[in-house]
Design a protein around this ligand. Structure first.
Ligand code: FAD
Ligand code: SF4
Length: 476
């Protein structure tokens, strides 16, 4: 019988059920219930299999979305998992943390009128189910090249690069200063979006493929870059971006003011039970239980901070943003989740300084109200302060979540890797060897090349760099 292409009219889009608010407010576990087999197949069947699938084009790794949706309707999960891995090294992570409402699902033909196909959650369903049923990457056809590549940084860019290198017969050794793989997947993104067991499962798969991890190893401190460069045929740099953007406030250094990433890393390390015994990179644990918290910023990192504060038992949590809700940089889905969990949002207010008491301890934030002015070159309307509208909002703790700037290490620059005017590593994917830096045997990708971005774009760069490296090591 031929497929009923009008399925989407009768079968509405469903998102997976969320756990109860009471549960979500105290637990650091993923908030979405998994989609079941029948639900996934029913939702996958809503796909129109468009001739020119916009979802696939909008996806940064160009996943073969309509094809794997069809395999789900036929319950061919291992084949679907193989197909997912043809374009994406970490599909279970993307299914959980990609802002689908800005990427694949926003581009779905059904999006406006009928509700986009539930792409992200089906991607998660495919990989989780296949792995649970014993799926493993098939490397039986791989012919070893005898080449060895060092990957520095075990975040999504580094892991994706190691995955593609291994599938092409190159031995990959991944160095990371942390005690666990994952980079920001592990330590930045909180477990209510991505449980850490998911990363452990992927580690087992990658190790099963033959990838070696040398953890607790900081390049430039525990091992020199020149030693690595001498030992391996090529090096892939995927160190991320870790310089916090500041507000330039007079009292930014006051007690009670915290930067977003240190707060999130400290919280996750505590939950994972990582102590100074296991790692030299443990951040202090800060707890907001019983406190009134203001988080400054409107991006996804700010959403992670407000939702972490709620789970720690803060009495009141406010997210303060200088534009309106429509102009927030964060994913609308995460803003909605934060609202459901009890976060207050104050829009159109711009911080001027941290308010402090006589001992210099933060007691709030001094704001000025704003109105939106003319759009800038990117079409975003700039906030303009309203004269005489200054006021202080009280708080016991303030978190600054303004984003991140590049953090290129000196050893890398000394080795001849050049940066652009914003401190990002210069490496382009359409050069002779994709993502080669200005130093011949060194490649780079992810946030350190793009600037602070997304998991899926880091994966894309890691995969492209692996092809560039493969071309390089097999022709040199
Ligand atoms: P990273 O993930 O930063 O990994 C870099 C790795 O390099 C780290 O493990 C680090 O320890 C290691 N390293 C650095 N220097 C050295 C050294 N000298 N020696 C050895 N190892 C070193 N993106 C999304 O798509 N969805 C989200 O929901 C999302 N949420 C986010 C939440 C937060 C709080 C933050 C900060 C970011 C979020 N992002 C999200 C962005 C995303 O996590 C990053 O874009 C992505 O992780 C970048 O990958 P990467 O591999 O380039 O770098
Ligand atoms: Fe959508 Fe991200 Fe999956 Fe691509 S990788 S299909 S953008 S969820």
């Amino acid at each position: 019988m031929s497929k009923n292409v009008y399925q989407f009219i009768d079968v509405k889009r469903i998102d997976p059920a969320k756990k109860s608010i009471a549960d979500r407010k105290i637990n650091f576990v993923e908030i979405y219930q998994p989609l079941g087999n029948e639900q996934s197949a029913g939702q996958a069947d809503r796909c129109l299999d468009c001739g020119n699938p916009y979802c696939e084009w909008k996806c940064p790794v160009h996943n073969y979305i309509p094809q794997w949706l069809e395999l789900v309707t036929e319950d061919r999960i291992f084949e679907a998992a193989d197909l997912c891995h043809e374009t994406n090294s970490l599909p279970e992570m993307c299914g959980r943390v990609c802002p689908q409402d800005r990427l694949c699902e926003s581009a779905c033909t059904l999006n406006d009128e009928f509700g986009a196909v539930t792409i992200g959650n089906i991607e998660k369903y495919i990989t989780d189910t296949a792995i649970e049923q014993g799926w493993k990457p098939d490397l039986s056809h791989v012919i070893k090249t005898g080449k060895r590549v060092a990957v520095i940084g075990a975040g999504p860019a580094g892991l994706a690069c190691a995955d593609v290198l291994t599938r092409n017969g190159v031995d990959a050794v991944v160095f990371d200063k942390h005690a666990q793989i994952g980079g920001l997947l592990t330590f930045g993104i909180p477990s209510f979006k991505l449980e850490k067991e998911v990363i452990q499962t992927r580690r087992e798969i990658l190790e099963g493929m033959g990838i070696e991890f040398r953890l607790n190893t900081e390049v430039g401190k525990d091992i020199s870059f020149s030693d690595i460069s001498d030992e391996f045929d090529a090096v892939f740099l995927a160190l991320g971006t870790y310089t916090d953007m500041t507000g330039g406030f007079e009292h930014e250094g006051a007690a009670g003011v915290y930067n977003a990433l240190d707060f999130l890393i400290g919280n996750t390390q505590k939950l994972m039970g990582i102590t100074e015994k296991e790692s030299n990179h443990v951040k202090p644990y800060v707890e907001f239980s019983g406190k009134k918290v203001i988080v400054l910023g409107g991006g996804d990192t700010a959403m992670d901070c407000v939702r972490t504060s709620i789970r720690q038992g803060a009495t009141e949590v406010t997210c303060a943003y200088r534009r309106d809700e429509a102009n927030m940089p964060g994913s609308p889905r995460e803003v909605q989740n934060a609202k459901e969990e009890g976060v207050n949002f104050e829009f159109n207010i711009q911080p001027l300084d941290i308010a402090v008491n006589d001992e210099g301890v933060a007691i709030g934030v001094k704001f000025v109200k704003t109105q939106l002015g003319a759009p800038d070159a990117n079409g975003r309307r700039n906030p303009e302060p309203i004269e005489g509208s200054e006021f202080v909002m009280e708080a016991d703790a303030v978190v600054i979540a303004f984003g991140f700037l590049p953090s290129p290490p000196k050893w890398m620059v000394d080795a001849g890797v050049e940066l652009d005017s914003r401190g990002r590593v210069i490496a382009v994917d359409n050069s002779e060897f994709a993502l080669q830096t200005t130093k011949q045997n060194v490649f780079a990708g992810g946030d350190m090349v793009l600037g602070s971005d997304l998991v899926v774009t880091a994966i894309d760069q890691g995969r492209k760099a692996a092809i560039g490296i493969l071309d390089f090591v097999t022709t040199n």
